[in-house]
Design a protein around this ligand. Structure first.
Ligand code: GCW
Length: 694
């Protein structure tokens, strides 16, 4: 439930308690400091795991049997001597952990880092790992954020775990207990900031009353070292400030944002920064006030393009307002227009991000980070890495992931996401014919950028399970672990999470590992195959199968399926030109059907249903077989889970079982909807005789 992976459950019989420290010295600066939190957390953890209550003090002799936690400089001040050199060369948020039996030293570069180190030590103990260790660790990148899509009325966009833990009825909740518990979870996975309101932002979030309200959220985040961020509505100067314009170059608009920023920092001195979704998902750019007043469905979000200003001018407006306070601006690359006409063979929503942003490379201020969704479309079950990562050499970038399984079963299906994420992070873009992994671009490593990192959309709510599903929490846990080190192993992360969440029983660990590692491939099998997108209902829910909604809609998530053929031709030679947005080596690979991997075939090429894959099967037979296989795997999950009865508390056992039964049933709905759709449209029977007429 609420404790998620921070349960500190007693160890099962057979695990002898190790030599433990006999007291805790937390060198804290104040009651709201993360080091103070670290002291309490160590006390609580050791109490829970071993039933032993340690005294916590803020000073003391570093005796051989104490756990000392604090920053490197607090340590030097308190004890008059320096820790080992490894601890002296830590980077921001990094920590040094030294466990020698009952002598434990946890030193952060800053207070937040010290808290991370305390959680790390406790995670070892809770997993029954009592080894002596001694190492320094630093984050892959400074920006390790969460984006919440919570609305001021308490609803959550793409939320499947209940209403908001932050907002209700247009304001901030008076009881922020859950917000504090959430910050605790986030700091244990080393997330350092959370944006709390939806990117489709409402100007009321920054009215004077709500600035005080979000200030209270920042207050409960602070002891956990989690900073607050806010999404902005670009048209606020008109809506809130009563100006006649929101032109980013207008003096009144500039003064408006300077004033708002000052108000925010007056209340929240450690405010992290802004997140901006501008000029996104629009019809085409209409007049500034029509943008706001029209009742027409989704005209898109207002932005600088409304005034013929560039996206860089839009981003720099906020960057300049926030720079004096040390804040940053996350500017989303999710900018595209609706595409009315599928008859135009070269029209392609996937081209939009590079088309809009590449010409602006070098024009963004240094405290701007362009935040890029992992694929060019929208959190689909399979996409190639966004080519924008290869096109911004003089701009900070961050990767946007989605823990909320918007298109991936919405937390009623088990889909463990790290294997999908790794297809993006480990993709080599070959910029200038050199090794250019996406993970090295976003950390700032590849192009020597001062800033970079990641954000994940997380839709926790008031539900006791946070996400609406116990098993879905592995995705949140893994996101934090990966954002610290993008090369960590997906399966090892999962097993740590499983031990912390469900205990140390080997059968439980093996079973949850098998289910989780098989889950994304299974979902891909029973949804959309071969890079054809997920095939959900595009118009409203993004949930169950609805392949007929992909084509001939302005959302541009097309498959171009007709009676004989299917797929988006994204080649330069004959299609939308998208493959040409990658550097030459990668472009050449995707341009040629022979070198395009099967799993992206229909993303890049338009082919007959009878086209042979590298596996030797035809496209249509692959659809049939994959769908039966995927649904079969989803059915196996039920039996696998049932085998754990008695090894997991009944409450969580039943809750998960209910979901696995649902997933198994829904996988058949998926299977039959998709195979019948393509059987009808192509008229080609299934070799195995399961689908269609013979
Ligand atoms: O995936 C789409 C979602 C929208 C979302 C948008 C975005 C918050 O369906 O609900 O808006 O992406 O990322 O901005």
């Amino acid at each position: 439930g609420l404790q998620a992976w921070l349960r500190y459950a007693p160890l099962p019989a057979g695990h002898n308690a190790p030599a433990l420290p006999s007291s805790i010295i937390a060198l804290n600066s104040s009651a709201s400091s993360p080091v103070n939190t670290a002291g309490q957390e160590l006390q609580k953890g050791i109490q829970g795991i071993f039933g032993k209550t340690l005294r916590v003090s803020s000073t003391g002799k570093a005796t051989s049997a104490a756990a000392v936690v604090g920053t490197v400089s607090q340590f030097q001040k308190a004890f008059g001597n320096s820790p080992v050199t490894d601890a002296l060369s830590l980077e921001e948020d990094g920590f040094w952990l030294n466990v020698q039996g009952s002598t434990v030293q946890i030193l952060g570069q800053n207070e937040r880092g010290a808290l991370y180190g305390a959680f790390e030590y406790l995670s070892m103990l809770a997993q029954g790992n009592f080894s002596d260790v001694q190492y320094a660790t630093n984050p892959a990148a400074p920006v390790r954020w969460i984006n919440s899509w919570d609305n001021m009325d308490g609803s959550i966009t793409r939320g499947f775990g209940g209403n908001s833990i932050f907002f209700a009825n247009g304001g901030v909740l008076s009881n922020l207990t859950r917000a504090a518990e959430y910050a605790r979870l986030l700091s244990s996975i080393r997330i350092n900031a959370a944006v709390v309101n939806d990117v489709n932002a409402n100007f009321t979030t920054i009215n004077p009353e709500n600035i005080q309200g979000v200030g209270r959220i920042a207050d409960v985040f602070r002891p956990y070292g989690v900073q607050l961020g806010l999404s902005l509505d670009f048209a606020s100067p008109m809506e809130l400030g009563n100006l006649s314009t929101y032109d980013p170059l207008d003096d009144g608009v500039i003064a408006f944002w300077d004033d708002i920023t000052q108000q925010i920092y007056d209340r929240i001195p450690d405010f992290a920064g802004y997140l901006v979704k501008a000029d996104s998902e629009g019809k085409f750019f209409v007049s500034p006030s029509a943008m706001l007043n029209s009742t027409e469905f989704n005209l898109g979000t207002p932005g600088p393009l409304v005034y013929n200003r560039t996206l860089a001018q839009g981003a720099n407006l906020f960057a300049q307002a926030i720079k004096p306070f040390g804040g940053i601006v996350m500017y989303r690359a999710f900018v595209y227009n609706q595409l009315p006409d599928e008859a135009i063979w070269t029209a392609d929503r996937a081209n939009a991000a590079v088309d809009f942003f590449q010409p602006l490379d070098g024009q963004f201020d240094d405290n701007v980070i362009v935040q890029i969704k992992y694929g060019p479309i929208d959190f689909q079950v399979r996409e190639p890495a966004s080519p924008l990562f290869a096109n911004l050499l003089e701009t900070n970038t961050a990767l946007e992931l989605q823990v909320a399984q918007e298109y991936l079963g919405q937390q009623t299906h088990l889909v463990y996401l790290p294997p999908l994420w790794r297809t993006i992070l480990d993709f080599d873009l070959r910029v200038q014919n050199q090794s250019s992994f996406v993970r090295d671009v976003i950390t700032g490593e590849r192009f020597k950028r001062p800033l970079g990192g990641s954000a994940a959309v997380v839709n926790v709510g008031l539900n006791d399970t946070w996400l609406g599903s116990h098993l879905a929490m592995s995705n949140l846990y893994a996101y934090g672990r990966l954002a610290w080190d993008w090369t960590s192993d997906s399966e090892e992360i999962l097993q740590d999470w499983t031990r912390l969440t469900f205990g140390l029983d080997e059968t439980v660990i093996d079973t949850i590992t098998q289910m989780s590692m098989a889950s994304w491939p299974a979902y891909e099998n029973y949804s959309g195959n071969l890079g054809e997108q997920t095939l959900n209902d595009i118009l409203y829910t993004h949930f169950g199968p609805n392949p007929q909604t992909l084509d001939n809609t302005p959302w541009g998530q097309w498959t171009r399926a007709d009676h004989t053929s299917i797929g988006m031709d994204r080649t330069v030679s004959n299609g939308t030109g998208f493959s040409g947005q990658y550097p030459p080596e990668v472009a050449a690979m995707f341009e040629d059907i022979e070198t395009t991997p099967d799993n992206l075939l229909l993303w890049f090429h338009h082919v007959n249903y009878t086209q042979k894959l590298k596996s030797g099967k035809t496209v249509i037979q692959h659809f049939y077989d994959a769908h039966y296989e995927g649904a079969e795997t989803a059915h196996q999950f039920v039996g696998m889970w049932e085998s754990l009865k008695g090894k997991i508390d009944d409450e969580r056992f039943e809750d998960v079982l209910y979901r696995q039964v649902f997933q198994a049933g829904h996988s058949i709905v998926w299977r039959d909807a998709i195979v019948n759709f393509y059987n009808n449209i192509s008229g080609i029977p299934d070799d195995a005789g399961r689908v269609g007429h013979h």
